[in-house]
Design a binder for this molecule. Sequence first.
Ligand code: FPP
Length: 228
Amino acid sequence: MSIPNHVAIIMDGNGRWAAQRGWPRIKGHKEGVRTVEAILEAASDAGVKHLSLYAFSTENWKRPSLEVSTLMALFRMYLRMFLPKLRQKGIRFHHLGALEGLPPGIQRDIRFLEDTTREYEGMVFHLAVNYGSRLEIAEAARRCVEDGLTADKITEDALAARLWTAGVPDVDLLIRTSGEFRISNFLLWQAAYAEFYLTECLWPDFRGPELMEALRAYANRERRFGGI
Ligand code: FPP
């Protein structure tokens, strides 16, 4: 079976999963963290080389302040808890997003995970926190100017080399859970030729078997990259 090099996932539906049970939204997010751990293992075992998960967007700051602070508390509580799994599977951690816009404690956790796993040679786990694709592209353009590039040197390669994903292959498979059909400012540049897999399954219920189903669907797609 052909396995995508780079799988990106918009993790959606935590709130609805909790609401269906009459529980507060936070319980959905907590269960969502367990799914993150399960998917890390399943993707790494399947031979995926890059896994990008969208945890918090630059637009998510607009959510009620209690939900934002709860999500930030969850990141603080759980980020370091991924370390045993990362160690066990040799998974390298990499943050995508504007680090400086995050609370200092989370910045430290992110740096700690990146530093500790820097030499690991298995799958790379890109966690998008305070991530926005338009911001990423605008920042890359700004860096081209800062680097003194003249107009004729501003090419696709020059921009790609200045994105947060510099050196990371393009997204092959983009998954969104919970029956929504939007890209929500996630990896717009990198997903230019990605295959989409949309599922009704809510994120807390999206575990190894559901990922394998998505990988099987991907393997049956014919990719032409604009050719015929
Ligand atoms: C979307 O569900 C989910 C989020 C905005 C947060 C995703 C975060 C996690 C799964 C936690 C990740 C944590 C770590 C430590 C990696 P929603 O709230 O939009 O659900 P709804 O659409 O049903 O309301």
